[in-house]
Design a protein around this ligand. Structure first.
Ligand SMILES: [Zn+2]
Length: 322
């Protein structure tokens, strides 16, 4: 009651989101009403177990008609909060694979993802196609993304990644990038149900595509994009369809504390030194090196591929640290 009184000035989803963030899972479920889809259970993924999952593997432990909801490429104003409202209305927990630069531009939304109890995972710093880079640079894009997401969400980043979950942009990987991901103690996630919601199709089409794949697969990881308005629009209908057809949502969290990341500090510093006149160079701590990398100008990102990367061309003023 105390919590609810604090938020009594708010209405609808906003009040529910804030209130349920402070309730125990059982209390939160009760606050959603009996008709809500709800989160059926939580599975803990061991960072020391299999290095990657697509969704149907027995090692992941999904049972028949169980799904994990995932959203990539945000957080972004508008669509991500709308999606968070829908998830709160249905008492559903999801995983967000956030792009570092987007989290840095929208730290309040990153914090809200965490406050609402979702899993905030990683997707590189600027939605990088990692196999295009040499190993050192690919590693620094992963590290910079984690640092930006953690700084936005928690105010601090450490060598021990809080959520050691990762998804490759464009799902593009090779043996070398797999080694980089594994060296950092990260588990990578693909998807066996792909909404392809970046295609210019109607939200109904995206909904039907997901449900049709799900009926064939029976269980799995659903890949969506929280930067897409058609996804934000169709999500209420999707969650109602999952409920009606007897699917259950499973929340995915890391098991125990994550292994320590191996961060290639000298490589990060070397990258900075190429941009700094020798006379102005100062010794860099890991934290200051990461911050400086995040403050550097945004490289252009190719606008073709499986996601609309043009969205990542933020105005420079949006992504300078305030
Ligand atoms: Zn992506």
């Amino acid at each position: 009651m105390f919590v609810l009184r604090i938020f009594s000035g708010l209405t609808g989803s906003a009040a529910l989101v804030l209130a349920t963030a402070f309730l125990t899972p059982i209390e939160a479920q009760a606050a959603c009403g009996s008709d809500a889809l709800g989160t059926a259970r939580t599975i803990s993924v061991d960072p020391n177990g299999p290095a990657s999952f697509k969704g149907a593997e027995s090692a992941l432990g999904l049972r028949d008609k169980e799904v994990i909801l995932t959203f990539d490429d945000g957080p972004v104003r508008g669509n991500t909060p709308r999606i968070l409202n829908t998830l709160a209305d249905e008492c559903v927990k999801a995983t967000f694979f956030a792009v570092g630069r987007m989290a840095k531009a929208n730290p309040r939304i990153a914090k809200r993802i965490v406050a609402q109890g979702h899993t905030l995972a990683h997707h590189t710093h600027t939605h990088d196609r990692l196999p295009n880079f040499k190993s050192a640079r690919a590693g620094s894009r992963i590290d910079a993304g984690i640092a930006a997401v953690e700084t936005a969400a928690y105010g601090v980043t450490t060598a021990r990644t809080r959520i050691p979950f990762f998804r490759y942009p464009y799902l593009a990987r090779n043996r070398s990038t797999d080694r980089l991901v594994r060296d950092r103690g990260l588990v990578s996630f693909g998807a066996n149900i792909d909404a392809r919601d970046w295609e210019p199709v109607s939200s109904d089409r995206v909904h039907n595509r997901i449900m049709n794949q799900l009926r064939r697969e029976g269980r799995g990881i659903i890949l969506m994009h929280d930067i897409q308005s058609r996804t934000a629009r169709m999500l209420p209908r999707l969650l109602r369809s999952l409920k009606r057809e007897g699917y259950r949502v499973v929340h995915m969290v890391p098991k125990g504390s994550a292994p320590r990341r191996r961060i290639e500090q000298p490589l990060v510093v070397a990258e900075l030194e190429t941009k700094t006149p020798a006379a102005k160079r100062k010794p860099l701590t890991l934290a200051s090196a990461a911050t400086a990398i995040l403050n550097s100008p945004a490289p252009n990102v190719a606008s073709k591929g499986h996601a609309p990367t043009a969205r990542f061309r933020l105005r420079r003023s949006q992504w300078i640290i305030n």
